[in-house]
Design a protein around this ligand. Structure first.
Ligand code: ZN
Length: 186
């Protein structure tokens, strides 16, 4: 066996006292390797690849919101999943980004080893980089299996993280975004 992910899975299975040769586990290392290549496939993509020519002239300066996008990511501290919803709002400058691009950017960053705060910031910075909006706000609400599965106190409280820039640093816009994403639809 030369696949090092498969080898790593064999070590884990063996180290916890299981029998890697028993029927239910014998193909687990190869399944593990395949699954891990999928959930970390975000390293193979870049912002410009994803956005491509999906940038258009803005016809309005009103807020654009993409809300409650689901995502699944992997906590870099425990190599366990965290997952939840992400909402993005921006106030366009001269450009807007194709709406389908924002979920794809989210997926790209989520399919890397992450901490929730960095995931939140990276999405905001990608939107800034691509369309230079007057302001962007990102809100992420997630459940972390590294605390839920291990029964740490208060584990059922989802973690909320936010990133704001530009006009969203000013109170009215920021509060409106929070009202629409946190207080609405949950
Ligand atoms: Zn963790």
């Amino acid at each position: 066996m030369t696949d090092r992910l498969e080898l790593a899975a064999r070590y884990i299975i063996d180290e916890i006292g299981e029998d890697v040769e028993r029927e239910g586990l014998v193909r687990t290392p190869s399944r593990f390797a395949k699954a891990w290549r999928e959930i970390t496939s975000g390293y193979d993509r870049t912002v410009s690849q994803i956005v491509g020519d999906g940038v258009f002239s803005a016809e309005s300066d009103d807020v654009v919101i993409v809300s409650h996008m689901k995502f699944f990511s992997t906590c870099e501290h425990h190599l366990l999943p965290f997952f939840g919803e992400c909402s993005v709002a921006y106030l366009p400058g001269s450009k807007i980004i194709g709406l389908s691009k924002i979920p794809k950017l989210l997926q790209m960053y989520a399919q890397r080893l992450q901490v929730q705060e960095r995931l939140t910031r990276e999405i905001g910075e990608a939107v800034e980089q691509v369309i230079a909006p007057r302001g962007v706000a990102v809100l992420v609400k997630a459940t972390h299996l590294c605390s839920v599965m291990r029964d740490i106190q208060d584990h059922d409280a989802p973690m909320i993280s936010a990133y704001t820039s530009g006009l969203y640093r000013e109170e009215p816009e920021r509060m409106e975004f929070f009202r629409r994403t946190v207080g609405y639809g949950n």
